[in-house]
Design a protein around this ligand. Structure first.
Ligand code: DAH
Length: 342
């Protein structure tokens, strides 16, 4: 038996030093060692001639050898199947595959800047559904069913349940936060909104807003003005001027529209500001007491302000973009111009 064991050791060495480089060599190896007339099989045949008391030890040697021979085969087969990638096949001097760097979408860039500024003032970000019910988008905000102000915000209704609609502003998030009843509230609500509008350079059926809401005891219009003034100075620079014009929103009273001095001409008058020197950037006001009551807040104790702006509009002003449709056309020539902006 010693002789056979020595023979097995020799086979082991042979296998170890064997380099299998082609499918043909692999097949030759299989036939030689693992085939029905191969070495492993033949060695098992020797079992007959081994004395009974040595059979166990010999069986163990045989099994180990068989596993070893099979492992070599499996390893070589895997390389053959998956393609060899020997270390010396790799040419380290070749230039690497270029990694195409993506860029943030301009809407995301500006949304992030807006959020950062309000973060510093202690505003938290709140989120809510884009498919909303009538109450949270309209009725709770003092826009009852037949109110003409709804015409300004026509939207898309879910035909299976006309009470559901695509939200026209992110004010629905304000409604939901107020209903939670945890005061004070100081939030901004960024998100996508929808309107039934004809698509043009200035309007789209969907766009993005950031709205803000601050409710506490003794919140005043002076707080609103100062907060928004700080905001535009942070976003557009210290030279920017602001003005408030009286306006109307059903959910605020008094309401105002805020303009900033035109960034293009510095207030002298140009095409962008229609020669007025001012551009409108947001709507705002003191939350209407009826809205507070609708959401279960005591309007005698609490007051609050709210504001809302379109991100597209601000992005167009910041980057001098003249067509709103560019934001959603996925034209890489447009999007690549924002590579590197953070
Ligand atoms: N929701 C208004 C809009 O989409 C914008 C707005 C105006 C939001 C005044 C407010 C606000 O929260 O107080 O046109």
């Amino acid at each position: 038996m010693d002789q056979i064991v020595q023979q097995i050791a020799a086979y082991r060495q042979e296998i170890e030093s064997l380099e299998i480089g082609s499918p043909q060599q692999l097949e030759e190896y299989r036939i030689k060692f693992l085939g029905t007339k191969g070495i492993v099989k033949a060695l098992f045949g020797e079992m007959r001639n081994v004395p009974n008391e040595q059979k166990k030890a010999f069986g163990q040697v045989l099994n180990e050898f068989k596993q070893f021979a099979e492992a070599k085969y499996e390893g070589a087969k895997e390389v053959a199947d998956n393609g060899p990638q020997a270390a010396d096949d790799i040419d380290l001097s070749l230039p690497g595959d270029p990694l195409v760097a993506g860029s943030r979408h301009p809407i995301n860039l500006v949304r992030k800047r807006i959020i950062d500024i309000f973060h510093r003032l202690g505003f938290a970000v709140a989120d809510g559904p884009e498919v909303e019910d009538d109450w949270h988008n309209f009725t709770a905000l003092n826009l009852p069913e037949h109110h003409p102000a709804r015409d300004m915000q026509d939207t898309f209704y879910i035909s299976q349940n006309p009470d559901w609609l695509l939200r026209t502003h992110t004010s629905n998030v304000q409604t939901r936060e107020m209903e939670k009843g945890q005061l004070p509230i100081r939030i901004i609500c960024p998100g996508r909104v929808y309107r039934n509008e004809t698509i043009s350079a200035r309007a789209h059926c969907f766009f993005h807003q950031v709205e803000g809401l601050y409710i506490d005891e003794h919140v005043s219009f002076a707080d609103l003005k100062q907060t928004l003034y700080f905001f535009v100075q942070e976003l557009f620079g210290k030279d920017v001027k602001v003005r408030f014009r009286p306006s109307y929103f059903p959910f605020t009273e008094p309401s105002a529209e805020m303009d900033i001095s035109c960034l293009i001409c510095g207030g002298k008058g140009c095409r962008v500001c229609k020669h007025s020197g001012w551009v409108e950037i947001l709507g705002c006001g003191m939350v209407h007491p009826r809205v507070l009551e609708n959401c279960g807040i005591d309007a005698n104790k609490y007051t609050g302000y709210a504001f809302g702006m379109g991100i597209e509009r601000i992005t167009m002003l910041q980057y001098g973009i003249n067509d709103l449709r560019l934001f959603s056309e996925n034209d890489l020539r447009f999007l690549k111009q924002f590579t590197g902006a953070v």
